[in-house]
Each structure stands twice: as structure tokens, then as C-alpha cells.
Write a protein that binds this ligand. Structure first.
Ligand SMILES: *[C@@H]1O[C@H](CO)[C@@H](O)[C@H](O)[C@H]1NC(C)=O
Ligand SMILES: *[C@@H]1O[C@H](CO)[C@@H](O)[C@H](O)[C@H]1NC(C)=O
Ligand SMILES: *[C@@H]1O[C@H](CO)[C@@H](O)[C@H](O)[C@H]1NC(C)=O
Length: 386
């Protein structure tokens, strides 16, 4: 069942404690330490044994590097992976991405990327997410003059992937597929907002992109509906991040009018579009949960946690909107001199940065977002701390 009231109330408590962080650093640091200590002595027990995730670069654990054989993409080059595991491994960050914090928290750490294919049922789940992927089809964007990288894999194709994965581990018995899905958490994690970010950064207007919102929502909801009919009983659908704060968007939509920016320096028009997209999706998730009373269907707000991290970082006196890895302009971002290109520098301490390469986040940011969101979702998914 969808418990929007509960999750919102709990979130607000979380954010109040984050707000106090800036005024009384020492006390909060002490409390955090206490929380970490108590958390490390407990383990989580969830009533499911696998995670399947469809999505984009915030969750991709290496599949994008293998979608187009022979294509060299930035995430396979230095300095990606410099914080963890120390070498590039296909993740679009200096270290771990959100998926891994989720999997660890639920005590299901052995997750695998879909590529290179591993059709074993012995692991804790498969991550189908591919960086730069939109919800809508590539043809939809191509016909409107919007380019995506050749390795982007839209939602429809990731859905085919999960179907063929289930077929391959089940030797075509539908009963077996349903049983596997019933024992899993399915996440539709389109957090980047690529359907909005790509067209905007390629010159489409806010008005044009606004017209995509109902299509994006319907495509996500249809995918969730299909997965539930296949047997899924727990589906988490994420909203998108505050795209108007991202270095690549700030660079592409640079505006000489101060009125275009909010007090954090983010583009108001873009963030307002994302907020209305998230609200629209959240409502549709509520309707879907009324349609399927036999499933737990939840909306995850990721906009607010990242917004909070940006404002606390600004209060600590650091510019939160600069990419760690990159060069040029006000935001350390130039699409022609992207992170991992020859001669492009990266910051000495990625932990102090929110954005890694202008499009994706640092490991530290993923850790901070998930540590706010997961305590809200644990009880909703009936996971217990033992
Ligand atoms: C597939 O996953 C299983 C279980 O996690 C692991 O033991 C095995 O080595 C993997 N195989 C490949 C080819 O990665
Ligand atoms: C939940 O209900 C839908 C629609 O009636 C059905 O297709 C699906 O198989 C059900 N799921 C389970 C786990 O029974
Ligand atoms: C700049 O921002 C102003 C105020 O929000 C807006 O009216 C204008 O269209 C923007 N200009 C560009 C080029 O985006």
C-alpha cells in the first residue's frame, strides 16, 4: 500500500536534523557517529531476496560499458573509480553508486550488472540500468532532433532485458518467473531526468519539454503495471533530481539574468519543471497502488535530499555546483573536454564535492542521499533491523 503521509512526515524529520547540522556541527557529528556505531552492530532482514533495477547512470554498475562492444566510454577510463575500487570499472562516479548503498543496506550485496551477462540465480539481483538512458524511446527523441549516446537503452528495451533474463533462468516456465519477481524488490530508477536534461541541453525550450511529462509518466507506470502482472509485489519508482542544479544544465542554459536563478544558484525554470514532473509521477504512483492492492508500490523522492545536501554544502562555504572532474566555465564543465579526456583535471578530495563529472554524483553524495532515504523505505518494505 502507498503510505505517502508516513513517508513525508519521516522525511521532514530527517531534513530538520540535516538543517541543524549547519548550526551545531559538533553535536550532529557526535550523533552521526553514534548512529553509525549502532547501525554497524545491526543487520537488516528484508522479506525478499533479490533486487532488480531498471534505470540510468545513478544506478548503472557497469552495463553501459558493455552495451556497444568496442566502444570506449569515459566511465572505463581514469579517474572514474578512483575512490572505489581504485580503478575504473564502468561506474559513472569516483566510487560506488546509489544501487550499491541500497543493496548493502538491505543485506543483498551481491548484485550484478546485466552485462557482462551472468544468468545465475545465486546472486542477489541484476542491475539493468544504463547511464544516459531515457524513459522514452530513442526514436521519439531522434525525430525531434535530440541525440543520445549510442549506448543509451530506453525503458522499453530494459524491460525486454528483464524478461529475457527471467526466461533464461527459468527455462521458459512463467510460474518460475512470477515466483522470482514475487521474492524481489523491483526499482524503476530513472533519477537523472535524461528525458528532460538531454532535450534542454540541446536547445529545446522548457515549453517543448513540458509536453513530454505525461508520456514519461505513462511509460513508467505502464512498465510498473506490466512487472506487477508478471508477478512483482514490491515496486519502488523514483522521482528525478533537481536537474536545474547540475553543472551540464547550468552550463548549457547559462542566463545573464539573475532572476533566472534561485538562492542556491540553480535554474528555477528547470527545477520547477522537474518538480511538476515528480508531482505528476507521484500522483500516478498513488493511483497505481489503488489499482493493485496486492502489491506495495512506493514513490521515492530524491529531489529533496539532494537539494538539502546542496544547501548545507553552500552554508559550509563551498561552491556546491562545480563538478569535481572537469574543466572550464563557472561549473568546471565543458562537454568537449569531459571528465577522463586527456588533460582534464579532477579535484583532490571528491568527498567534498557533490557532482563528479557534471552529469553524475560523487560516491559521498550517493551515500548521503541513500542514508536519508533508506530509513524511510525499510519499514515500508517490511525490512527489520535485527
Ligand atoms: C555469476 O554469479 C555467480 C553468483 O554470484 C558467481 O559465482 C559467478 O562467478 C558469476 N559468473 C560470472 C561469469 O561472472
Ligand atoms: C496482483 O494482481 C494482478 C491483477 O489482478 C495480477 O495480475 C498479479 O498476478 C497479482 N500478483 C500476485 C503476486 O498475485
Ligand atoms: C533568462 O531568464 C529569464 C528570467 O527567468 C527568462 O525570461 C529568459 O527567457 C531566460 N533567457 C534564456 C536565454 O534562457
Amino acid at each position: 500500500m502507498f503510505l505517502i503521509g508516513t513517508s513525508t512526515a519521516t522525511m521532514n524529520i530527517q531534513f530538520d536534523s540535516v538543517r541543524k547540522y549547519s548550526s551545531s556541527l559538533k553535536i550532529t557529528a557526535f550523533l552521526l557517529l553514534a548512529m553509525v556505531n549502532s547501525a554497524s552492530s545491526m543487520t537488516t532482514k528484508c522479506p525478499f531476496s533479490r533486487i532488480f533495477l531498471l534505470g540510468d547512470g545513478f544506478s548503472d554498475i557497469g552495463t553501459s560499458a558493455n552495451v556497444v562492444p568496442g566502444l570506449s566510454i569515459p566511465s572505463t577510463r581514469f579517474p572514474y573509480g578512483i575512490t572505489f575500487p581504485g580503478t575504473p570499472n564502468g561506474r559513472w562516479s569516483d566510487g560506488r553508486v546509489s544501487t550499491e548503498f541500497v543493496a548493502q543496506d538491505f543485506e543483498l550485496p551481491d548484485i550484478r550488472p546485466y552485462f557482462p551477462a551472468n544468468n545465475s540465480l545465486r546472486n542477489n539481483g541484476v542491475i539493468f540500468a544504463v547511464a544516459r538512458s531515457p524513459v522514452l524511446d530513442l526514436e521519439f527523441f531522434r525525430s525531434r532532433g535530440v541525440d543520445f549516446p549510442p549506448y543509451a537503452v530506453p525503458l522499453k528495451v530494459q524491460l525486454q532485458w528483464i524478461r529475457s533474463y527471467l526466461n533464461s533462468v527459468c527455462s521458459n516456465s512463467t510460474d518460475c518467473s512470477a515466483k522470482i519477481l514475487q521474492d524481489s524488490l523491483v526499482i524503476l530508477g530513472y533519477e537523472d531526468g535524461n528525458d528532460i536534461g538531454y532535450p534542454l541541453s540541446q536547445g529545446k525550450s522548457i515549453e517543448e519539454v513540458k509536453a513530454f511529462v505525461p508520456l514519461i509518466r505513462n511509460t513508467i507506470i505502464d512498465a510498473a503495471r506490466e512487472l506487477i502482472k508478471m508477478g512483482a509485489t514490491r515496486v519502488v519508482i523514483t522521482g528525478s533530481n533537481p536537474l536545474g542544479c547540475f553543472p551540464y544544465i547550468l552550463t548549457a542554459l547559462d542566463n545573464s539574468s539573475l532572476a533566472a536563478y534561485d538562492p542556491l544558484g540553480c535554474l528555477k525554470s528547470v527545477n520547477n519543471l522537474i518538480i511538476s514532473k515528480n508531482n505528476d509521477l507521484n500522483l500516478a504512483v498513488t493511483r497505481l497502488s489503488l489499482e493493485f492492492l496486492n502489491a506495495t508500490i512506493l514513490f521515492a523522492d530524491l529531489y529533496t535530499p539532494l537539494q538539502t545536501i546542496i544547501s548545507t554544502t553552500a552554508l559550509l562555504g563551498t561552491n556546491p555546483l562545480k563538478a569535481c572532474c572537469g574543466i572550464g566555465g563557472r561549473y568546471n564543465f565543458d562537454e568537449n573536454r569531459f571528465c577522463a579526456s586527456p588533460g582534464v583535471p579532477f579535484c583532490a578530495n571528491p568527498n567534498r564535492y557533490i557532482f563528479w563529472d557534471g552529469l553524475h554524483l560523487t560516491q559521498e553524495t550517493f551515500d548521503r542521499i541513500t542514508s536519508v532515504v533508506l530509513p524511510v523505505f525499510r519499514p515500508l518494505l517490511k525490512c527489520r533491523l535485527i
